[in-house]
Design a protein around this ligand. Structure first.
Ligand code: AMP
Ligand code: ZN
Ligand code: ZN
Length: 372
């Protein structure tokens, strides 16, 4: 039996029972997940993702130091002082998915409708070191990187009121769709609020109207304090104990990393501020330092458990604009980290139901158990 499968099987054996259940995402119920841990026992070829590039410097890489002339002009750089080597560079995307060239105006044709692809697409070269992973960067560098995200978001929102949302995201490794091996993140400013963010904002607003509480804050409270017992109706025996604290992966002074109960991806983790805050852009530098520490430690845990994590992360923060002004108390900004360990199959694409083959409780336990 290959080692990987053996390890999964023995971990599985520690579960009191295999889980097969549809878990409803409390914020966006339509994004529910089928947790089916017995699936993990199925025979299959070891799914080894294409390895990621861990080299420090690559002569031919346009994002490596010394090749600055191979990217479009720099938008910003950190640190700004002249004569100092850059640590983070922001450039226009050479192949933007959205732009402002106005060459393709929107149109309606029968039932077909198109909005023109107005927007911005920028690349942030996260670090001069080509293949460095987040957990290998120092905390100060990570905090600076997130401060750079804040500055770019502020500038893009101010640039043009047609830009309705500024999404910061990162693709790391070929399994996560990254075409460039050099560590980078991206910013895409869109003329519409993406549906995922819109649903979260609207649904949490509705929850607030009913319960006078932010649903994200309630989920954090549950994660920190709640313990639930499920009893057998006839015998009164405890059939299942849910210690919700088991979802906490990492905790800082100001931030918490949580394994969602309805995780779409086996190793998905969300990082949220412990104190309510809707807008990532207003996070202070001191708080970003704590955030960076929590992120770095979380990524180190992931790396220790799954080895060379390839993942996407994205920031969800309150959209700007008048129509969202009354959502400040109900929305809670967060970073979603989604490691990519399998390719979505026909059932997942056809049903919209993600299948997760590792119990989120067990995954969180393994992540927490890592000695850092
Ligand atoms: P990914 O989407 O993760 O593959 O990110 C790589 C991004 O870098 C893509 O969106 C490319 O369009 C962009 N890109 C590729 N080469 C260059 C370059 N020389 N300068 C600026 N952007 C680039
Ligand atoms: Zn490089
Ligand atoms: Zn909140």
């Amino acid at each position: 039996m290959p080692d990987k499968i053996k390890a999964e099987t023995s971990a599985e054996a520690r579960e009191t029972r295999a889980i097969r259940e549809i878990r409803i995402n409390p914020i966006v119920p339509s994004e529910s997940v089928l947790v089916a841990t017995a699936r993990n026992m199925r025979p299959r070829k070891a799914e080894e993702p294409a390895p990621r590039d861990t080299r420090k410097h690559v002569e031919t890489c346009p994002f490596c130091r010394g090749n600055e002339d191979q990217t479009p002009p720099e938008i910003d750089v950190y640190p700004k002082e002249k004569g100092v080597d850059w640590q983070i560079r922001i450039v226009e995307n050479l192949y933007p998915v959205l732009g402002d060239d106005r060459s393709q105006p929107g149109f309606n044709y029968g039932l077909q409708q198109a909005i023109d692809g107005y927007g911005r697409h920028e690349v942030i070269i996260d670090n001069p070191q080509h293949g460095i992973a987040i957990h290998e960067m120092d905390v100060e560098h990570i905090a600076n990187l997130f401060q750079v995200y804040q500055l770019r978001m502020q500038e893009l929102y101010q640039l043009d009121e047609r830009l309705k949302y500024v999404l910061v995201f990162k693709n790391f490794g070929p399994a996560a769709g990254a075409s460039m091996a050099h560590t980078h993140s991206q910013i895409i400013a869109t003329p519409v609020v993406p549906q995922n963010v819109f649903d979260e904002v609207q649904n949490s607003r509705q929850y607030f109207e009913r319960h006078h509480q932010c649903i994200f804050c309630s989920l954090i409270d549950e994660a920190l304090t709640f313990e639930a017992k499920i009893y057998d109706r006839s015998s009164g025996e405890v059939v299942r104990k849910i210690d919700v604290g088991q979802y906490v992966v990492e905790r800082g002074e100001k931030f918490i990393a949580i394994k969602p109960f309805a995780s779409r991806y086996e190793w998905e983790i969300h990082i949220l501020p412990l104190q309510h805050s809707s807008d990532f852009m207003t996070t202070s530098k001191a708080d970003l330092d704590d955030f960076a520490r929590v992120l770095q430690r979380t990524m180190a845990r992931l790396d220790a458990v799954i080895g060379g994590a390839q993942y996407n992360f994205f920031l969800h923060s309150i959209p700007q604009g008048e129509e969202f002004q009354n959502c400040g108390q109900s929305y809670h900004w967060h970073l979603e980290v989604c490691p990519r360990t399998s390719i979505p199959n026909g059932f997942e694409l056809g049903s919209g139901l993600f299948v997760n083959t590792i119990s989120p409780e067990l995954a969180a336990e393994q992540l927490r158990a890592v000695q850092l």
